[in-house]
Design a protein around this ligand. Structure first.
Ligand code: NDP
Length: 250
């Protein structure tokens, strides 16, 4: 397939939620491997600083404002990547929020936010990138879910529901695609990032940190998993990668 690129070098990789945590680590790691990375998030001052650091280290990076809850912004994000680098090889849909709570607390606005960012943000990414991938006859969706895409417990009910849904979307999409488009799901366990900051109940936040966030992966461990999937030959689709700290049970 002449339009396929192999490996990581030169690939144009668009990453949502690249202003901190896993998205930032993925941008830095993939750029260091020779990818041309396009970073999107709402905190543009953070993006600007990360892009400047990647460029100073000799990498190729661009950043732009992105709110994944707005479909037209995903379209603009993909168009921005194309305008900057002429194509898009990979979309890493990583943006996510995790305001954990008990269902009976009825934090409906937080449920909406998780559905909008974690699920609809991924769907809008597919809607924006799929026509481009089909026209190129090459493309790769990488969806960052969570071990919560296959596990649920108290306080993670809605968060896990959004991640279960993205896992279903990823598997269905993979089956529907032809041999030119790959779909990979990366499910991290507890990883160093700013994710718990969104938990609005202080007692739950403390409990979540004490229960789930004792053993943490460095965000670069997830970046390496993404890179592993990206660097495979075009006829090899790494379907799912689950990465937990060795000490994490569930
Ligand atoms: P962070 O909070 O550090 O990063 C989340 C990223 O998502 C930020 O860059 C944030 O950028 C972005 N984001 C949030 N809302 C939006 C939005 N509306 N539009 C665009 N970007 C948005 O957490 P992580 O790095 O941990 O999270 C990355 C992914 O990893 C998430 O999908 C999360 O569910 C998943 N994950 C993380 C785990 C962990 O333990 N850290 C475990 C399992 C999964 P900004 O605010 O600037 O827009």
């Amino acid at each position: 397939m002449p339009t396929q690129r192999t490996g990581i070098t030169g690939k144009v990789i668009a990453i949502t939620g690249a202003s901190s945590g896993i998205g930032e680590a993925a941008a830095r790691f993939l750029a260091a491997q020779g990818a041309r990375v396009v970073l999107g998030a709402r905190r543009t001052e953070r993006l600007d600083a990360i892009v400047a650091e990647i460029q100073a280290a000799g990498g190729e990076a661009r950043g732009t404002a992105l709110d994944v809850t707005q479909q037209e912004q995903l379209v603009a994000f993909i168009q921005f990547a194309q305008a900057q680098f002429g194509r898009v090889d990979v979309l890493v849909s990583n943006a996510g929020v995790m305001p954990l709570s008990l269902v009976e607390q009825l934090k409906v606005a937080e449920w909406d936010q998780m559905i909008d960012v974690n699920l609809k943000g991924v769907l809008y990414g597919i809607a924006a990138a799929l026509p481009v991938f089909q026209a190129q006859k090459a493309g790769h969706f990488v969806h960052i879910t969570s071990v919560g895409d296959r596990w649920v417990g108290p306080t993670s009910t809605i968060y896990s529901a959004t991640k279960h849904a993205v896992r279903a979307v990823s598997e269905g999409l993979r089956q529907e695609m032809d041999e030119t488009i790959r779909v990979t799901l990366v499910a991290p366990g507890a990883t160093e990032s700013e994710l718990p900051n969104a938990i609005s109940d202080p007692a739950l936040k403390q409990a979540a940190i004490e229960q789930f966030r004792i053993h943490l992966l460095p965000a670069e461990a997830i970046a390496r998993a993404i890179a592993y999937a990206v660097e495979q030959p075009a006829d090899v689709d790494v379907n799912e990668i689950v990465v937990r700290p060795t000490a994490q049970k569930y």
